[in-house]
Design a binder for this molecule. Sequence first.
Ligand code: NAD
Length: 453
Amino acid sequence: MNTELQSFDPATGEEVGRVAVTPIAEIPNIVARAHAAQRAWGELTVEERRDAILPFGADLVAESERIGTILTREMGKPLPQGIGEAKYCGAGLGDTLNELTSALSAERLEDEKVLSHLVFDPFGVCAAITPWNFPLSMPHWALMPALMAGNAVVLKPSEKTPLVADEYVKLLKKHLPTDVVQIIHGDEAQGRALVGADVQLIAFTGSRAAGQNILAEAGKDLKRVILELGGKDPLIVLDDADLDAAAEFAVTNSFRNAGQVCVSTERIYVEEKVANRFEELVREKTAALKVGPGTEEGAQIGPMIDAGQRDHVLAQIDAAKSAGATVLAGGGASTGNFIQPTVLTGVTHDMAVMSEETFGPVVGIQRVSSDEEAITAANDSPYGLGASVFGGDLDRAERVARRLTAGMVGINKGCGGASGSPWVGARQSGYGYHSGREGHRQFAQVRVVSRMK
Ligand code: NAD
């Protein structure tokens, strides 16, 4: 790799900026500095850590327009979403920190004879390795619990979005002792070196393939890992569903962030009885979407992150068409890194578009003849991140939802849970999880300290 990492605007190909690549040989020294800084940080109470970090939220909100603009230029998503990502993390920080404080405070347990306290201690140094699709919120969801648990953190953001990560860390560092948070730049090589360094916890969000590799490497020293991986989320449309709402959800959730979302709807199973009407609604709503650069007024669908991702998506569309899929919308028209949102019908699980993560503005619709067939098809995947079921009879929809092998299932909605819920993938979509009381606690070593009463 070069000594500099260039960041390109995926909408125009222009350079947005560049950062220095961290030499591999430097990484052990960076981690050693993190250990030195962690000692005092880890000795603070969780409330003291909360109070130190809290003002960062207001900083992030105040800077959200500037940072969100960098995010959009670097990653491509519509500007309101870029700014919204920064604002959301900043504005919600108080609640996030309070939830973390409660989860990481000692918990008292007792029976007739023994009094115990569960205490939550830092592991040491946490390696946070993050992707480009939510280039600010992904680092945020790793750093906040890791820091609150008393760890020091070395962040390795995606090589495709280094600038926004740099801005995030610069703001955060103002509130922390030196070296409690550090950032390194580079690609997989720097990521591998960080995993192999003297870190005790690896919080990774990214692809299944990289996750497998990290788990294998970390296993050599039994390092703790939290892996948030890819998905191939299904949507089931039952024959009593509100079809307009189901189609609206399908289009929004398949094409948000140009489909570059881990919990995008990528497969739809619709019951025969309502399939014609549902497909027509999806076609109409898809045709109304506006594709364009994230900085353009009203643009809803931005570009693919780069040419490699564009080619991967187009190859899946072409292969599906060659194998007999019908194009309901889009179908592979592209300009630069932009792809017209595409809906395919007549798809099967033999096609990559229905079995491998697409991570683009493409969704396949398959007709099914019963709830049972829908469940079997939805579960026919190595992934298990999110899923949704749309249906009018909530008991029936709930019965279907409970049989889906996903970590998060939404009924007549997306997969996210009420506040305090974990963000969790089943099967090969995750290993460990974050958020919610139990998720927060995965960033800490729980110890049980007991005495006789
Ligand atoms: P990626 O796996 O290619 O890269 C993610 C990060 O890992 C990057 O910083 C990269 O440099 C680094 N990396 C790659 N290989 C590594 C290795 N062997 N060791 C250490 N570091 C390594 O993923 P991406 O293309 O940046 O992101 C897209 C993927 O992320 C999709 O699969 C998406 O579903 C997933 N994702 C999952 C969630 C979730 O919450 N489950 C959220 C967002 C994205």
